[in-house]
Design a protein around this ligand. Structure first.
Ligand code: PHE
Length: 458
């Protein structure tokens, strides 16, 4: 490289930037619905165990690979091993699958923000299930009730930021907004917990019930871990490549994990007890899936004194958290296209945006006009989510473990970590990368593919 690679100015800057990518819809929208669906406390327990063992090992590996090679994903894997160069390509394909549907959810959030802003919050609260259903199935012919409109607005907003390169400004704003989001979420969580029946929900969320355990619990938790921490898609490699050699790597990883997991945990507190308060823990309410946040939260705001205001601010903050994540995802895809096809920034961004609009339309209309088209029995959005989180990311993670554990050797990573301090959890890291993680991933992947193809059901 001709240019000196730019670096983060200090370690906290690095931790905040990585946490900014990690914290997004994954924490606030995806985590609570998976936890509700896959056994509450059991899911939480499995998730936490995976985060401190597997998540830790994989994150430290990716950041160290980036910092060692000073290259982003595709180049980094190639440099480590010619044979494993293809891994960088698979990893970079993952954001391409995620961005379009991420923007669909971003559009939903934008719509709810505008609804609350224009004073329709209490109206929605009265019939939240129906409202959301009608919205995503395009059951109302009004243009403002059409999810396509909100999806397009959201994509254009994100694309404009990438095109004009003003992400620095957005990042500054989100540095202020993220802490407010945390405080507001805690307030909403406390309120949710004070509702009648909420205690039952709290028990469901916090106390593991072993009868709720299944391989799908582990698979869902693992997929969520990758998604939430932006792992197994080359993103942390890129971040690592901007990190200074003297900054403590192990401590940074610990802090990013605490940040990310903490916010997901609070989001669960905000939503799951409230589900019990409104439905008494009814099975179908718990397995509501992607719609959970959009159905439960408006009801909570409906019960709150200043619900209209709190709801407006809340959806605005979530929109920002989502926007920063979409921008970093989109930016990744644009830079891959720029590097590999040697296109200019403008052309790359425009082509990518068109691609996102096209692919995203499938997800956006997948519950309505396109509901008859299903892949592996799933609507488009759920299919893309399943493919990236439950199939491709585990494959990338597995091959990364094999590459580090048996081809280049764990010492490569350990040495890089030790450049900037002790490596206290080195033994854990080695055992995870060489043995536990690959064996678990293969077992889980096999069962998930079998399940996905409908061979059997857990
Ligand atoms: N981790 C983000 C989330 O939890 C999603 C994301 C993945 C964002 C990769 C950027 C890059 O929402």
């Amino acid at each position: 490289m001709k240019h000196e690679r730019s670096t983060f100015s200090n370690r906290i800057g690095f931790v905040l930037a990585a946490a900014g990518s990690a914290v997004g819809l994954g924490n606030i929208w995806r985590f609570p619905y998976l936890a509700a669906q896959y056994g509450g406390g059991m899911f939480l327990l499995v998730y936490l165990i995976l985060a401190v063992t597997f998540g830790f090992a994989l994150m430290i590996t990716e950041i160290a690979i980036g910092r060692k090679t000073k290259l982003s994903c595709i180049g980094a894997y190639q440099k480590l091993s010619k044979k494993f160069g293809f891994l960088g390509w698979i990893a970079s394909a993952i954001p391409i699958i995620i961005v379009p549907y991420y923007c669909v959810i971003g559009g939903w959030v934008t719509k709810y923000f505008v609804d609350f802003l224009t004073g329709q919050g209490s109206q929605i609260a009265k019939d939240a299930d129906n409202y959301f259903n009608t919205f995503i199935t395009v059951g109302d012919s009004g243009i403002f009730q059409n999810p396509m409109l909100w999806f397009v607005i959201y994509v254009l907003a994100a694309a404009a930021v990438v095109l004009f390169g003003v992400e620095k400004g957005i990042e500054k704003v989100s540095r202020i907004m993220m802490p407010i989001l945390v405080v507001l979420s805690i307030i909403v969580a406390v309120f949710s917990l004070s509702m009648p029946d909420a205690l039952e929900g709290l028990k469901y969320y916090l106390l593991p019930d072993f009868s709720n355990f299944s391989p799908m619990t582990v698979l869902a938790a693992m997929g969520q871990l990758f998604y939430s921490m932006s792992l197994a898609m080359g993103i942390m490699i890129t971040y690592g490549s901007y990190m200074k050699k003297e900054d403590n790597l192990e401590r940074s990883v610990g802090q990013i994990e605490i940040f990310d997991t903490g916010i997901a945990f609070i989001a669960g507190l905000m939503i799951i007890p409230a589900v019990f308060a409104f439905s008494g823990g009814d099975e179908s309410a718990l397995s509501a899936g992607p719609g959970l946040m959009f159905v439960t939260l408006p009801k909570v705001f409906g019960e709150m004194k200043l619900g209209q205001v709190v709801g407006t601010v809340f959806f605005l903050l979530v929109m920002f958290a989502a926007l920063t994540s979409s921008i970093s995802l989109m930016e990744t895809v644009v830079s891959i296209v720029q590097d590999k096809l040697h296109w200019g920034r403008k052309k790359s961004t425009l082509v990518i945006t068109a691609g996102i609009l096209l692919l995203g339309t499938l997800s956006c209309l997948g519950y309505g006009p396109l509901a008859s088209v299903q892949i592996l029995g799933k609507a488009f959005l759920d299919f893309f989510d399943f493919m990236s989180n439950s199939v491709l990311m585990p494959i990338v993670a597995f091959l990364t473990c094999i590459l580090i554990g048996f081809i280049v050797g764990t010492k490569t990573i350990s040495d890089e970590v030790k450049l900037s301090g002790n490596f206290k959890r080195e033994k854990l890291f080695i055992v995870m990368i060489k043995w536990v993680a690959p064996i678990c991933i293969i077992a889980i992947l096999a069962s998930s593919i079998a399940e996905g193809m409908g061979l059997f059901h857990f």
